[in-house]
Design a protein around this ligand. Structure first.
Ligand SMILES: CC(C)(COP(=O)(O)OP(=O)(O)OC[C@H]1O[C@@H](n2cnc3c(N)ncnc32)[C@H](O)[C@@H]1OP(=O)(O)O)[C@@H](O)C(=O)NCCC(=O)NCCS
Length: 180
């Protein structure tokens, strides 16, 4: 598996992730397809400028055109000051193989190695077993349940936080769940 910056050419992968009712079931429902071109262009600019880490997940370096999902760390303002947040999405045909966990770990390792982003927060829906599983098994601490607004919708979420420099659970093995 490797991660690369999002580019404007990823519009089709964005639509498969964000406009699909199943993919978006725990994220407030599907988004309209006509917003995807602008969204991917904005994200590509942010990734190129390094103001956010917006990465596409390439499961196999031998087939770089195949995208399995995305993982992102960005910062946003809150009443208590700036907050770093991580989010992830894995397309259905790639789910359940440990890819989401590996991709999240890879980005958090980069944050740790570059000493960037500080404490990283995550807000998976309370009903999202796999996302909460990623948080739990990577070493995030559960702070509380709370309501979170995502794409103008309010979701009941778990608030998790990790300090990558001290909390990231070491890998048991360097082999991924697909045996590659
Ligand atoms: C959530 C999502 C990213 C998970 O990706 P994935 O690659 O399928 O997850 P993984 O295979 O890496 O599994 C992650 C962990 O959760 C566990 N898990 C998976 N499904 C689970 C479930 N239904 N209930 C509880 N734990 C579960 C796994 O066992 C694994 O933990 P482990 O390594 O300790 O065994 C993916 O399902 C997805 O993109 N869903 C739609 C979009 C979405 O919900 N995004 C997240 C918004 S917060």
């Amino acid at each position: 598996m490797r991660l690369r910056n999002v580019t404007p050419d990823d519009v089709e992968a964005y639509a498969r992730m964000r406009c699909d009712p199943v993919m978006m079931a725990d994220l407030g429902g599907p988004l309209p397809p006509d917003g995807m071109k602008d969204k991917v262009q904005r994200d590509a600019l942010e990734a190129a400028a390094d103001t956010a880490w917006i990465k596409m997940i390439i499961p196999d370096a031998g087939t770089p055109e195949v995208v399995a999902g995305s993982v992102t760390i960005w910062s946003h303002d809150t009443d208590d000051g700036p907050m770093s947040e991580i989010g992830w999405m894995i397309l259905p045909q790639f789910q359940g193989r440990g890819l989401g966990k590996r991709a999240a770990r890879a980005l958090l390792e980069q944050a740790r190695n570059e000493d960037r982003w500080g404490a990283v927060h995550a807000f998976p829906a309370v009903s999202n077993g796999a996302s909460n599983g990623i948080c739990r098994s990577l070493g995030f601490r559960l702070i509380a349940e709370q309501n979170v607004t995502f794409a103008d919708r309010v979701l009941r979420s778990n608030h998790w936080v990790i300090s990558p420099r001290t909390d990231l659970v070491p890998t048991a093995t360097s082999t991924d769940h697909t045996g590659r």
